[in-house]
Design a protein around this ligand. Structure first.
Ligand code: FE2
Length: 389
């Protein structure tokens, strides 16, 4: 069943088969010529090929740019914009996990403004400069994790400085989000696991952040509950369509929550593991999350007790601190159940690099709403905790 929800920031079409409605949606946007921004793995999926064929059979044009790399850089975004200059599209279909969606948003800004990616970044004042004449974006998440489909943000690596920077503007918000569980059915188990924990991290960090916006809070708690119930099912049986659809919606909710409330220290530290060691984003978060939860919970034990309850822990009779600890244990157990690496050693992180990672983390603004303002020394200690004892 296709369901449609109208939100101030765009529309969501959700349900098995929703992908095949793209031609009709292009009509609503008065678009005839789509650039589909994705990566090679996704471009090889049957569901992707079927969606492209369906667009072309409707008489519209679809040009595929499938060269997006994991953790896209400023130069990746510029190459994407160069492709767009050749074909002159009137709509962007961002098809993928976080990397294609982030790249599509930043490339939209680069294409529209005709400047290098770094000049579109928030620090360079891009937020005020990106005009409303950007191309409309249709976002099709192929993993249930990033939440990129529901926010106005592309996180890009500065290839010279080795730091991630945000390209952000209300004019980069997707006009339409398509949640079709059929496209996630073929995902490798490891990707289902890691992206699902990324979504869980979004929900937890949004809920405990210092920005207590009640809509973000409510949506974050809902996402936690859905993820803890459905992620093990989607991991255990990749063809469980109901679990897949619930995970897509939970991921969107978690993304919605953090677009209001912000993220925290876990993402702040995880970004550096991706920048320096190319760690998959979800794995980096999963490794750090229980440690960051234990660190942060001293500042907001009641909030973390709510997290534990949302994750299904029995907290009857426990004080807030004891309840909060149950939540961190639950996350650890879930990550073990999902076969995610447990230690930084397992993903090739060099201990000697910890001070560099911590210095970079201090420059990362992602954790500015974190419950504790973290020092470099605390950050170093937390990274060290995540190595094999
Ligand atoms: Fe994330």
């Amino acid at each position: 069943m296709i369901r449609s929800f109208d939100l101030a920031r765009g529309r969501i079409n959700s349900g098995a088969g929703a992908l095949l409605e793209i031609p009709g949606e292009m009509d609503k946007l008065k678009a005839q010529r789509a650039v589909i921004i994705t990566d090679r793995n996704i471009a090889a999926l049957d569901g992707f090929k079927k969606a492209v064929e369906n667009i072309r059979n409707s008489g519209k044009e679809a040009f595929i740019y499938d060269a997006v790399e994991p953790n896209p850089t400023d130069t990746d975004c510029e190459k994407t914009a160069d492709f767009m200059k050749e074909i002159k599209p009137d709509v962007i279909i961002a098809f993928g996990g976080g990397s294609p969606m982030d790249c599509a948003k930043a490339a939209d800004a680069v294409y529209t403004m005709g400047v290098p990616t770094v000049e579109c970044g928030v620090v360079a004042g891009g937020m005020q400069k990106i005009p409303p004449t950007t191309l409309p974006i249709i976002a099709v998440p192929t993993t249930a994790g990033t939440g990129s489909e529901v926010n106005d943000l592309g996180v890009i690596i500065d290839s010279k400085k080795h730091v991630k920077f945000p390209v952000k503007s209300v004019n980069l918000l997707p006009k339409l989000i398509i949640l079709d569980p059929m496209i996630t059915v073929g995902l490798p188990k490891s990707v289902t696991a890691a992206t699902g924990i990324d979504a869980l991290t979004h929900a937890i960090e949004a809920y405990v952040s210092l920005s207590d916006f009640y809509i973000g809070d409510a949506v974050a708690l809902y996402a936690m509950k859905q993820i803890v119930e459905n992620l093990p099912k989607a991991y255990g049986n990749g063809e469980d369509i109901e679990a897949r659809e619930n995970m897509l919606m939970a991921s969107l909710c978690a993304g919605f929550a953090f677009s209001f409330n912000g993220l925290g220290l876990c993402h702040q530290m995880a970004h550096q593991l991706s920048s320096y060691f190319n760690a998959p984003h979800g794995v980096a978060n999963a490794l750090l999350l229980p440690h960051v939860m234990r660190f942060n919970m001293t500042a907001r034990p009641e909030r973390y007790a709510d997290v534990a309850a949302a994750l299904g822990c029995d907290i009857t009779g426990l004080d807030a601190k004891a309840a909060a600890l149950k939540g961190a244990e639950k996350v650890e157990a879930l990550c073990r159940q999902l076969g995610i690496p447990q230690y930084l050693d397992d993903i090739g992180v060099d201990k000697a690099m910890v001070p560099t990672l911590a210095d970079s983390a201090m420059l990362d603004l992602t954790g500015r709403n974190n419950p504790i303002k973290t020092t470099t020394e605390q950050c170093i200690a937390l990274y060290h905790e995540c190595f094999r004892p």
